[in-house]
Design a binder for this molecule. Sequence first.
Ligand code: BDR
Ligand code: CA
Length: 317
Amino acid sequence: MKKLLLDVDCGVDDAQAIMMALAAPDVQVLGITCVKGNTSVENVCRNVLRVLQVCQGLEIPVFKGVSKPLLGVEISAGHFHGEDGLGDAPDLNAPGLDLVQKEGAVEAIIRIVTEHPGEVALVAIGPLTNLALAVRLDPSIPEKLKALYIMGGNSDSRGNVTMCAEFNFASDPEAAYIVLDDYRCPTYIACWEFTCYSKLPWEFCDVWLEQDTAKARFMKKISQHSRQASNNEAVEKCLVGGQGFISCDSYAVAAAIDDRYILESEQVGVTVELSGTHTRGMMVLDTQGLLRKTHKATILRKVDMEKFKKLLMDSMK
Ligand code: BDR
Ligand code: CA
C-alpha cells in the first residue's frame, strides 16, 4: 500500500485530485491537510469534507492549516474556482466543520511523517505554507519523506497569475523557497506549463462527467464555473497548448500513485525568486548547476495521457 498525505487548497482540480487518490488501488490516504489558497482555509476544509462525503471517505482525518501566506499579499482564485472554491454550487447536506480534527495541519504533517519514516509520499497541491512551517519546526521532515510531489511553479518563466509566476508559488513565494531550498527526498514537480500541455479535451470531459454516478454528478456540478472561466478571454490568454480543461493537481497525484504515468522528466536544481519587479514567485531552473545544489528536483515533462484519462474515468465510478 502506498501511503499518501495530501496538502490541499481545495478548488475544483484539488477535488479531482483527491478523488483520484481515493479511488486508486493500493493507495492509502493517511490524511488531508488544508491551507489557504484558492479560497479561505475554512472553505478549503469544508470543500475537502464535501469531497470525502461523496466518496464515502469521511473516516479520513482532515486538518486545518495556515490561513495566510508567510509574507506578502494574499491572493485567491475565486474568478476561476468560484468564491467558495467549488464553483459556488453549495450542497445543503454538506458535513459541518466540527468533523475537522483538533490537531493543526502543520503538527499533523510532522506527526504522520514521523510515525511512518521513509514511507509517506506527501502530495502538495496548494501553496506550500503548511509544509514550509513543518520543515522549519522539524528540519528532519524532508529526509523522513519517501517522496514529495508538488503542483506548482513554472519551467519556462511562464505564469498564470503574473507574467512569470504560477498561482501556488505566487501565493507564498517564501514558503516555496523554504521547501525547495531544503528538499532531501525525491521531489517531483508538476509545473504550470506541463499541466497546460497536458490538457483534457472538452470532448473527453463530457464523457468523463456524464457517467451515471454520484461522484460524476458532483464533479459536473462543481466544474461548471471553472469550465466557463476557461473559455473566458482573459484566462485563455495565459494558457498555452491549445483548448481544454487543465486538471493541474491531478497530474501530481497521478505521479504519486505510479511514476509510470510520467513518460518524460528532467532532473534539475530549482529555486524560487523572492524579489524582482516582475518575477516574484517564479521558479528558476538551474540548468547549469551554478547553485551547486546537492539535490535535484524531477520536473515532469510528459504524462501518458491515455493512462491519465483512465485514472480520471475510474475516479468517478
Ligand atoms: C494551481 O493553482 C490552483 O488554482 C489550482 O488548484 C492549482 O493547484 C494551478 O496554478
Ligand atoms: Ca490546488
